[in-house]
Design a protein around this ligand. Structure first.
Ligand code: NAP
Length: 226
């Protein structure tokens, strides 16, 4: 599949672009600056000399031309970027992985963006898109270690069954990752906010946690095939 990552020049974008390319996708690494996108592409390619990763660098608008689009940027630019690219996002599955967070003193605090979550803001800015919220808790560094599985759960939510299905199937291609259907896009608010707790745990215990649920092994979400 052709996948565009908007704002793919940060740690999360870097890891995600490398990982999706490693499982066989053609990935467009987007940025507000074509130069920054090209630099990050080169860094990824140079990091994995033995792998042929199908990664193209381009402007965010080029990434938005892809079949499936992922918002991988800093949260406060997500809605305005989605609005500016709205015609290109119409009818597509758009995954928002953005968390609205700030650091106060030594502590991470969740912020409340318009409509309660970044994903809902993106959906409002691009009403013709089918937004799924996902990938919020996945650690960027481990995501980028494409030679290692990444054992964790990823929560996916959307108001569109098609978006939940497409996002879940894509994410489940990452070795070790299980995607879980967390319901409608209203779940994005607590999912995004909970990231602050994970970052707090990382800071307090000097580690890098990831999310894993017990009790739902082998179960299908109702309507998963809808
Ligand atoms: N880091 C993680 O472990 C992790 C894990 C899961 C989810 N996330 C989420 O994924 C997103 C990216 O995380 P990150 O750590 O990679 O963030 P980041 O480095 O702070 O930002 C990523 C990119 O966002 C773009 N950007 C910044 N401000 C922008 C604006 N106002 N408008 C449009 N684009 C803007 C920049 O790209 P250009 O300047 O090149 O355009 C930047 O390189 C965040 O929302 C974060 O909450 C992060």
């Amino acid at each position: 599949m052709n996948i565009g990552v908007i704002g793919g020049t940060g740690p999360a974008g870097r890891g995600l672009v490398a990982r999706l390319a490693s499982v066989g996708h053609e990935v467009v690494l987007g940025s507000r600056s074509e130069e920054r996108a090209a630099e990050m592409r080169a860094r990824i390619i140079d990091s994995w000399p033995g792998r042929s990763l199908n990664i193209v660098a381009g402007h965010n608008s080029t990434a938005a031309d892809a079949e499936l689009v992922i918002m991988g940027m800093l949260w406060d630019g997500a809605a305005t970027t989605a609005a500016s690219l709205e015609p290109k996002l119409r009818g597509k599955v758009v995954i928002s992985m953005c968390n609205a967070l700030t650091r106060l003193g030594g502590e991470f605090q969740p912020l409340v963006p318009p409509r309660g979550s970044v994903a809902a803001s993106v959906q409002a800015a691009a009403p013709g898109a089918m937004v799924a919220a996902a990938l919020h808790h996945i650690p960027a560094r481990e995501l980028g270690r494409i030679d290692e599985p990444l054992p964790c759960d990823v929560l996916v939510c959307s108001d569109y069954a098609e978006a939940t299905k497409a996002a879940s199937e894509l994410i489940a291609e990452i070795p070790g990752v299980r995607s879980l259907d967390a319901g409608s896009l209203s779940a994005a608010a607590p999912i995004e906010a909970f990231t602050a707790v994970l970052l707090q745990l990382n800071a307090r215990y000097s580690t890098r946690v990831s999310l894993s649920f017990t009790g739902i092994e082998g179960l299908e979400a109702p309507g998963a095939d809808a």
